[in-house]
Structures are given as structure tokens and as C-alpha cells.
Design a protein around this ligand. Structure first.
Ligand code: MSP
Length: 637
């Protein structure tokens, strides 16, 4: 199959570090993208960060840095996280990119020239968390349903986008294109909203209140409302309007979001596009929320699940599989480490891992790893083949309809079918008395595994490619398309099969503690960060320092202010977050390890000129110190 596919994730706010919710959407997008690559599609996958607005400006202020420095740092964390989760986006957009800024201004001019923007005074209820005004009927008991806070009353003169003009068109478009917003419950939610008259959208903020944003091209006293800016990323990233990529991909655009941002995507965005004379996107795919112990994930109660912690313990393939298999797309799911471990042990270790290792061991044992040619087929061989090939079709239809968990259930039918086939055919008995039959059975197991390995690739690219390598398949990874796969027996191994170590060892949950506590899993040690090259490492200047004095910082539980001799003309002030771990008296006169070339940063009003190194795990803590006394300032290599 040929065709074009364009998938986007929301661009994430840079006021928080990546958590399991962001990871889920981006893994779904990656899976969806890889699936379309397997279908032979020309695909483009976009993600990025949303960097303007009140929230970001406030977070930067709270961290004592400029908005630009702040967004650079957190955006980089998102960018670094995705490869660790085997996410292969084609482009990463930032709303502070000059090309994006220019496109937003261009669209604003276009919409303004069309007469769709006017200036007016507005008083309304504004949720700072959501960065938008709320109408009374959208509030729950007078509070924002997401942030559970009463909105502020704000009165301002601002620019408005005549969204109301497009209400009838939008209703009509949704009705004529029943899969424009899917699953159906979210389409119904948008239609229900559109039953009431649509209010115009306030699209500016006066610079007197907020300057961190894109200046309106027709009034430099105002910046653009963050949502009007952010949504445009989906077209600016692919070079709206003249770039060939825009012409090619936009007609096939599919957005992926969670239910929290349905209104901006289901209502504002199509109206904005219509006003700008751009065709609407093809599909808005909306998923539910991951909750932790039935509650919303929350920083304040320490229930934020950090994906990298889990990947460090359980492996990226298992983590991706769990997310894709456990959640019914569109509905909420509850995350627990117990559920993750149970899926790993049953679906991955028992079913798939076991199937691969027993199958390859038999081909090695009976044929020294050289796949035999099939003999005469029995009914059970035909059934096995017909079923496996038919699953490719149902898999394709589930995957393209965003029913990912059903697609995986279908693949696991092949896995259990193969395990059952082995149990029934008993190759170990055939090896003693029926070599023709043994060859046919081993050939069929191999073909079944080939299909399984390709169908799991979008979800578990690492494990899939390991299996394909062990099977010595001539085409692997993204090259093994569904069309090739449908030809049973088309691929013969190139060379001798490789021994298969246990792909998914069973895991024991050491401590039945839920991840809803800040250290998500008892066994989790900090995961290894992405590789850096030697040159980057050499830039870090590590030195031995001697602590001359130490004192707590008023109003801070965590920080100690240290005066440290680094062999320089004057001692340095270093602020270290170790007050809960070590008392000032216990650190004075000790030699410590210091990162000496970190940019200074202000912490609780004190400027810190370096960082103290220490190791920690759970509640244990240990300063990193030289094994014997050495001159202060000695460099560590
Ligand atoms: N910046 C806006 C989006 C602008 S898009 C033009 C924004 N950012 S966000 O950082 O808050 O990300 C929201 C998205 O993160 C959700 O729509 C969803 O994709 C993901 N998730 C955040 N928490 C989640 C869960 N608990 N569960 C599942 N996904 C969630 O909104």
C-alpha cells in the first residue's frame, strides 16, 4: 500500500518535565507512525514544545532565570527523553523558532485582513493553569474542572477572533465527516458544545501583563494568546504555505491529543484554519488519561510517574508494550507497577519470550540452525497459516482505527496459536520418528514468528529487531512491509539462526509499593542518561574542594550555603541541596567533589558558583569524596 501519513502530538508545555502522560501520547504517535511505515506509507511525525504564555513566564520566574534560558533547558529535556523511549520523530518544533513566529504573524495578518479579528473589552473568568477564559457552564462548582481552582476575574481590552462565524460550518463539517473527531464520544462532546452559541476567542494579551509571546503584527502592544500561537505549529513545522512538505503532508494530517485539550483542537483550530483558507485536518484522535491509583497525576501529592525511571528498570520495549496494550484508546486507565509487572510476566515472558526461545532452540537443535524446507501440509498447518495471514488484515484495520490494544490482542492470538501448535505437534517426538513432519512443523513455526516479529515492531521496535536478527530474516525493521509479510514463506533465513537469549526475563516486584510515591518503584535506580561523546564530557571541570564553612539558608529545608576552597584566590559560595542529608557541622573541613564550571545560579536569593557531587538512592546518601587528602583545587580526571 502506498500513501501519505502525517501524525502530530501536542506540543508540550515546558513548565514540567516529561511524565508518563507525555510519554504515552508520544509513544502512541511513534507506534502509529511506524505502523504506517510498515504499510509502505510516506510518513512524517511531528512533536515539540509549547514555550510561550503566562505559565512558562511564571515557571521561569520561580526558577530565577530568563524565560529563554528556562525554555531552552526544559525543551532539551523533552528532546533528550524521546530517543530513550525509542521515539523517532522526524522533526521537533519549538514555538520560539523564528520560522514558527513568522508563520503565526502571517496567519494573524491573513485572518485580520479577512475581517475576522476585532478589538473589544472583555471581562471574564480566567484559569491561569489552562491559560483561557471559562464560561460558567464549563466550570464545575465554579471551579476549573482541570485545576480545581476558582478562576480569576479578568477585565481587559483585547483582540478577538470571530470564531462564531464558523460555528455552522464546523457543525456541518463534523456531521459530514463522522471520523473527523474520534473515538465517537469525543465527537459527541464537541457537537454538544456546539449546540450553544460559540463565543469569539480572545487572542491577545496586553504586553503590560505578559510580554513572553509573539507580538501581534498589527499592534505591538500585544502578544498572541498562547493557544492561537501553539496550534499553528502543526502547519508551520511543515513549511506552510509554500514548502512542498506542507502541500504533501497537510491533506493527510492526523492529530493525537488527550481529552484535556479537545476544545482548542476540536473547535478553535478548525475555525482558525477555515478563516485562514486552509483545509481542516483529516482526523483528531483523542485518548483518555492515565490516572494513578484512580486519581489524577499530581506533583503536589508526589504521584508523577517518570517514564525514564520505569524504562531503567523494566526496559523500553516492555514499557511501550504495557502502555499500548493496557489502555483502551479513548478511555482512562489506571497506572500501577503491579499491572506493568503482570503484563511483562504473562504476555512477554511467558507467551512471547518463551515462544521465541523454544522455537529457535529447536531449529538449532534439530537442524543446526538451518531452516528446513516444508513437506506436505496437514490441516493444522493450513489453519495456522490462514489464521496468521488473516490476522495481518485485522491488525491493519485495528491499528488504522486507533484500536491499538485490539491489534495487539490479535497478534497475541498468533502467539498463543503458535505455542499451542508446538504443544500439539510435539516436535521433540517427531524428531525421533517423523523427520518430514518435523521439517514442516519447524518451517511453519518460523513463518509464524516472522509475522509476529513484524507486527510487534511498531510497539516494540527493539525486541522485534532482535527477534528478526535471530531469525536471520533477509528484510527487517521498517523494511519488512505488510505486503511482503502477507507472502507466507517468501523470506528464507540468510544464514544460520542465532541462539535466542531470554528476551523478557520474568520480573519480581520487590516491594508492592505503588508508583504513586515520588520514587515510583522501589527497585528503580536513576536510569542511565543518553550517551554523550568524550568531548562533551571533557567540558565538565571536576575539582576537589575543601569546605571552610557551612550554614543553613533561612526558609529552606533543603539548601546549605557552603564556602569552599578550590585553590583559587578567593573561596567560592556553593549552594547545595543536602541540608536534609548532612548537618553543617558534619561537612565543615571535609574534602568534597565539585563541578567547578557550572554557570552561576541563584537559589533562594544566594548565588551558587558550582555543584557538590553526592550519590543517593531512596533514603541513603553519600558525599563523593577523595579517598585521601589532596590539595584543594586538584582536578579530577
Ligand atoms: N501545550 C499544550 C498543547 C498545545 S498543542 C497545540 C498542552 N501541553 S501539556 O504539556 O499540558 O500536554 C498535554 C498533553 O499531554 C495531553 O493532551 C496528553 O497528550 C498528554 N498528557 C498529559 N497528562 C496526561 C495523562 N495523565 N494521561 C495521558 N496523557 C496526558 O496542553
Amino acid at each position: 500500500m502506498s500513501g501519505i501519513f502525517y501524525i502530530t502530538t501536542p506540543i508540550y508545555y515546558v513548565n514540567a518535565e516529561p511524565h508518563i502522560g507525555h510519554a504515552y501520547t508520544t509513544i502512541v504517535a511513534d507506534t502509529f507512525n511506524r505502523f504506517n511505515i510498515l504499510r509502505g506509507m510516506d510518513s512524517f511525525f511531528l512533536t515539540g514544545t509549547d514555550e510561550h504564555g503566562d505559565k512558562i513566564a511564571e515557571a521561569a520566574k520561580a526558577n530565577g532565570v530568563s524565560p529563554k534560558d528556562y525554555v531552552d533547558k526544559i525543551s532539551q529535556k523533552f528532546r533528550d527523553t524521546w530517543p530513550t523511549l525509542m521515539i523517532s520523530n522526524d522533526y521537533f518544533i519549538r514555538t520560539t523558532d523564528p520560522e514558527h513566529v513568522a508563520t503565526v504573524q502571517r496567519i494573524l495578518d491573513l485572518v485580520n485582513n479577512k475581517g475576522d479579528i476585532y478589538f473589544s473589552e472583555y471581562e471574564g473568568k480566567y484559569c491561569v493553569g489552562c491559560e483561557r477564559f471559562y464560561s460558567d457552564r464549563e466550570l464545575a462548582d465554579g471551579k476549573c474542572p482541570d485545576h480545581l481552582k476558582e478562576p480569576e476575574i479578568r477585565k481587559e481590552s483585547n483582540y478577538f477572533f470571530r470564531m462564531s462565524r464558523y460555528q455552522d460550518w464546523l457543525i456541518d463539517h463534523i456531521k459530514k465527516n463522522p471520523d473527523f473527531i474520534r473515538p465517537e464520544r469525543y465527537k459527541n462532546e464537541v457537537l454538544a458544545f456546539l449546540r450553544e452559541p460559540l463565543e469569539d476567542l480572545c487572542i491577545s494579551r496586553p504586553k503590560t501583563r505578559l510580554s513572553w509571546g509573539i507580538t501581534l503584527p498589527f499592534d505591538e502592544n500585544f502578544v498572541t494568546y498562547v493557544w492561537f500561537d501553539a496550534l499553528i505549529n502543526y502547519i508551520s513545522a511543515i513549511g506552510y504555505p509554500e514548502e512542498p512538505a506542507f502541500q504533501k503532508y497537510w491533506p493527510h494530517a492526523q492529530h493525537l491529543i488527550a481529552k484535556d485539550i479537545l476544545k482548542p483542537h476540536g473547535i478553535y483550530w478548525p475555525c482558525m484554519l477555515k478563516s485562514a483558507g486552509v483545509e481542516p485536518y483529516r482526523h483528531l484522535n483523542v485518548h483518555g488519561y492515565w490516572n494513578i491509583n484512580k486519581n489524577k497525576m499530581s506533583k503536589s501529592v508526589g504521584s508523577v510517574v517518570r517514564p525514564l525511571d520505569l524504562v531503567g528498570v523494566y526496559g523500553v520495549d516492555a514499557f511501550r508494550f504495557f502502555l499500548m496494550r493496557e489502555m483502551t484508546f479513548g478511555l482512562d486507565s489506571d497506572f500501577s507497577e503491579e499491572a506493568l509487572v503482570s503484563r511483562i510476566n504473562s504476555d512477554l515472558a511467558n507467551d512471547l519470550g518463551n515462544l521465541v526461545s523454544r522455537s529457535i532452540s529447536m531449529i538449532l537443535k534439530y537442524y543446526n540452525g538451518d531452516l528446513p524446507v516444508s513437506g506436505k501440509l496437514s490441516d493444522s498447518d493450513n489453519r495456522l497459516r490462514d489464521h496468521a495471514v488473516s490476522v495481518i488484515d485485522s491488525y491493519e484495520s485495528f491499528m488504522s482505527g486507533t484500536e491499538f490494544h485490539k491489534a495487539l490482542m490479535a497478534v497475541w492470538e498468533i502467539v498463543s496459536g503458535l505455542n499451542k501448535y508446538i504443544d500439539e505437534q510435539q516436535p521433540w517426538v517427531l524428531a525421533k520418528n517423523d523427520h518430514d513432519r518435523l521439517a514442516t512443523v519447524m518451517f511453519h513455526i518460523y513463518q509464524g514468528l516472522r509475522i509476529v516479529s513484524a507486527l510487534i515492531w511498531p510497539v516494540m521496535p527493539g525486541a522485534a529487531e532482535t527477534i528478526q536478527k535471530q531469525l536471520k530474516l533477509p528484510v527487517t525493521g521498517s523494511k519488512l512491509t505488510l505486503d511482503i509479510l502477507r507472502k507466507w514463506g517468501a523470506d528464507k533465513p540468510v544464514g544460520t539462526l542465532e541462539k535466542s537469549p531470554n528476551l523478557f526475563p520474568r520480573v519480581e516486584l520487590e516491594n508492592k509499593q505503588s508508583p504513586a510515591v515520588d520514587t515510583p518503584c522501589k527497585k528503580a535506580i536513576d536510569p542511565i542518561k543518553p550517551l554523550i561523546d568524550f568531548e562533551t564530557f571533557q567540558k565538565v571541570d571536576l575539582r576537589v574542594g575543601t569546605v571552610l564553612s557551612a550554614e543553613p539558608i533561612p526558609k529552606s529545608k533543603k539548601l546549605l550555603k557552603l564556602t569552599v576552597d578550590l585553590g583559587e584566590n578567593e573561596p567560592r559560595i556553593i549552594v547545595a541541596g543536602i541540608a536534609e542529608k548532612i548537618s553543617p557541622d558534619d561537612i565543615i573541613s571535609r574534602q568534597i567533589t565539585v563541578v567547578a564550571n557550572l554557570e552561576p545560579v541563584k537559589l533562594m536569593g544566594v548565588e551558587s558558583h558550582g555543584m557538590v557531587l553526592a550519590a543517593s538512592h531512596d533514603k541513603s546518601f553519600s558525599l563523593i569524596v577523595p579517598a585521601s587528602a589532596i590539595t584543594s583545587g586538584s582536578s579530577i580526571r
